[in-house]
Design a protein around this ligand. Structure first.
Ligand SMILES: Nc1ncnc2c1ncn2[C@@H]1O[C@H](COP(=O)(O)OP(=O)(O)O)[C@@H](O)[C@H]1O
Ligand SMILES: O=P(O)(O)OC[C@H]1O[C@](O)(COP(=O)(O)O)[C@@H](O)[C@@H]1O
Ligand SMILES: [Mg+2]
Length: 440
C-alpha cells in the first residue's frame, strides 16, 4: 500500500530567493482550480480507500502540489539548464521543449539553456554529439512539427559519464522528457549526483504514447496518437464493409497496455473486437476468437478487429524474444499472425473472405500534437520549471485527477499502468464492440 514515504519529494535545500512570480502569487489560495503550495493533494479519492487507512485526515497519504512557489532555490540569473528527450517518439515532445524554454526565459529570466542531442548518448563524448543552444527564438514554432528537435535514442549510457557532462557544462537543472526507461536512467543520474555531493536538480516530464506510466491521468500526446489511430480503424471499417466477407484488421502500438486500442475503438465505434495485452484470449475452439469471428462474418458479412501489438504474445510460436538497446522485450508480430489465422480459419470453414490488414505503426506517434495535447504539454512544462526552480529533484510532474502534482521518480516506475479487465474502460469497450467477456 502506498504510504507517506513513497510520496515524499526530495529537495536540494531551502528556498531562499524571491521568485520573479511572487507578486502574482500573493492572492492565491486553495480552490477547486488551484492548490496552495503548502497544501497537499489527497492520494486516495474514495471514502472506502481513505477509510481503510484508519488514520486521521491530516495523516492520509498525500502528494505535493505542482505549481509556482513564492520563494525558489535557484538564482535564475546564474542558473544553467539542460534538456534531453529519450525513448520512442510521442506527439508533443516539441511542445514540452518549447514550453520549458519559454517559461524559463520569459518568466524566470534564465538565460542559459542547452539541449542534449539524441537522448542520453548526447552526454557521452564518444558519440561526438553537439549541444544546442535553446532560446525563445529557436523554439518559437517547433510545435508545428512532430518528433523532437533534439532527437532521441534508446540504449543504456553510463550515468557517471552523464554527470561528468553536466559538471563540464555547469548545468544546475536537467529536464528529462521520456518514459519509464528514461526515468530509470534519470534515477541513476540522481544517484551519481548525490554521491558527488552536487546540487543539480533532475526533473522529468513523463512521455508515453502507450499511457503506461502509473498514477497520472492520460499522458501527453495520447489523445493525438489515439485520434490518428481512429483513421486506420475507419479505413478498416470501410474496406471491410465494401467487400464480401470483409475483415478489417488493425494493429496498434501498446506493448504492455492496450489504452490506445481501447480509446480509439471507443472514439470510432466501428470495431467488433479489441484484443489487448491485459486480457488473454483463446484462438481456437468453439468459444475461441476465430470461431466467434467466423460467426460474426457469416451473420453480418464483415467484421473489424483491433489488436494492440502486445496482445496474444503467447500464441506466437517461432518468436524468440530479443531485447532492444534499452532492454525492452521485442514483441512477436501478432498482426501478421492474426491475418494468417483468420484467413486460414475462414477458408477452412468455406466462408468467403477478404482480410485487409492495417499497421499504422509509427504514423500515430510522429505527428504534431493536437491543440488539446499542445495546451497540456505547455502546462506540464510550466509545472516542471516551477518544480525545478524550487529545487525539487528526482521527481516527475504530472496531472492526477486534474491537479498538477509532483510524483517521486521511484514511485513513477514502481509499476505499469494497465487497462483493468474489471474496470470501467474495458467495460465500455465490451459494450461498444459486443464481444464476449472472454475468449476461452
Ligand atoms: N534501467 C535503466 N537504467 C538506466 N537507464 C535506462 C534504464 N532503462 C532505460 N534506460 C535508458 O533510458 C532511455 C530511454 O529508455 P527507453 O526504454 O528506450 O524509452 P522510454 O523512456 O520511453 O521508456 C534509454 O537511453 C535507455 O537506455
Ligand atoms: O521501434 P521503436 O522506436 O523501438 O518503438 C516501438 C515502441 O515504442 C512505443 O511507441 C513507445 O515505447 P516507449 O514509451 O518505451 O518509448 C511502443 O508503443 C512501441 O512498441
Ligand atoms: Mg518504456
Amino acid at each position: 500500500m502506498i504510504g507517506h514515504q513513497d510520496l515524499a519529494v526530495r529537495t536540494l535545500g531551502p528556498c531562499r530567493i524571491d521568485s520573479p512570480l511572487a507578486e502574482r502569487l500573493a492572492a492565491r489560495e486553495t480552490t477547486q482550480h488551484s492548490v496552495e503550495e503548502d497544501d497537499r493533494i489527497l492520494f486516495d479519492d474514495t471514502l472506502s480507500m481513505a477509510g481503510t487507512r484508519g488514520v486521521p485526515v491530516d495523516q492520509l497519504p498525500s502528494l505535493e502540489p505542482g505549481g509556482p512557489r513564492k520563494r525558489i532555490y535557484f538564482d535564475p540569473a546564474k542558473t544553467r539548464v539542460g534538456i534531453v528527450t529519450c525513448g520512442g517518439l510521442c506527439p508533443g515532445l516539441n511542445d514540452v521543449i518549447r514550453g520549458l524554454v519559454l517559461e524559463l526565459c520569459r518568466h524566470y529570466g534564465v538565460r542559459r539553456i542547452v539541449g542534449f542531442r539524441n537522448g542520453y548518448r548526447g552526454f557521452i563524448p564518444h558519440y561526438g554529439e553537439d549541444v544546442v543552444d535553446l532560446s525563445p527564438e529557436v523554439v518559437q514554432h517547433i510545435d508545428d512539427e512532430g518528433g523532437t528537435i533534439l532527437g532521441t535514442s534508446r540504449g543504456v549510457q553510463d550515468p557517471e559519464e552523464i554527470v561528468d557532462a553536466l559538471e563540464r557544462l555547469a548545468i544546475n537543472i536537467l529536464f528529462v522528457i521520456g518514459g519509464d526507461g528514461t526515468i530509470r536512467g534519470a534515477m541513476e543520474v540522481v544517484r551519481v549526483i548525490q554521491e558527488r555531493g552536487l546540487k543539480i536538480a533532475v526533473v522529468g516530464v513523463p512521455k508515453t504514447i502507450d499511457n503506461d506510466i502509473p498514477y497520472i491521468d492520460q499522458s501527453f500526446g495520447f489523445q493525438t496518437a489515439m485520434a490518428e489511430a481512429t483513421k486506420s480503424i475507419h479505413a478498416a471499417s470501410v474496406e471491410a464493409r465494401s467487400a464480401p466477407g470483409g475483415v478489417g484488421l488493425v494493429k496498434l502500438m501498446g506493448r504492455h497496455s492496450g489504452f490506445i486500442a481501447c480509446y480509439s475503438v471507443l472514439a470510432k465505434d466501428d470495431a467488433d473486437y479489441v484484443l489487448i495485452p491485459e486480457v488473454p484470449f483463446a484462438l481456437h475452439g468453439e468459444r475461441g476468437f476465430l470461431e466467434h469471428l467466423r460467426r460474426r462474418v457469416e451473420d453480418r458479412g464483415h467484421a473489424v478487429v483491433v489488436v494492440a501489438e502486445g496482445a496474444g504474445q503467447e500464441h506466437i510460436e517461432e518468436h524468440e524474444p530479443g531485447r532492444d538497446a534499452s532492454g525492452n522485450v521485442r514483441l512477436g508480430d501478432v498482426g501478421r499472425l492474426l491475418r494468417r489465422l483468420i484467413t486460414e480459419h475462414l477458408d477452412d470453414a468455406k466462408v468467403e473472405n477478404n482480410v485487409r490488414y492495417f499497421d499504422p505503426s509509427y504514423a500515430i506517434r510522429s505527428v504534431p500534437a493536437n491543440p488539446y495535447d499542445s495546451a497540456y504539454c505547455l502546462r506540464l512544462a510550466h509545472a516542471a520549471v516551477h518544480a525545478a526552480m524550487a529545487g525539487r529533484t528526482e521527481v516527475i510532474v504530472a496531472r492526477r485527477r486534474r491537479r498538477f502534482v509532483h510524483i517521486p521518480m521511484p514511485l513513477a516506475v514502481s509499476r505499469r499502468n494497465h487497462v483493468d479487465p474489471l474496470g470501467d474502460l474495458w467495460m465500455s469497450v465490451l459494450e461498444a464492440t459486443g464481444q464476449p467477456v472472454r475468449f476461452e
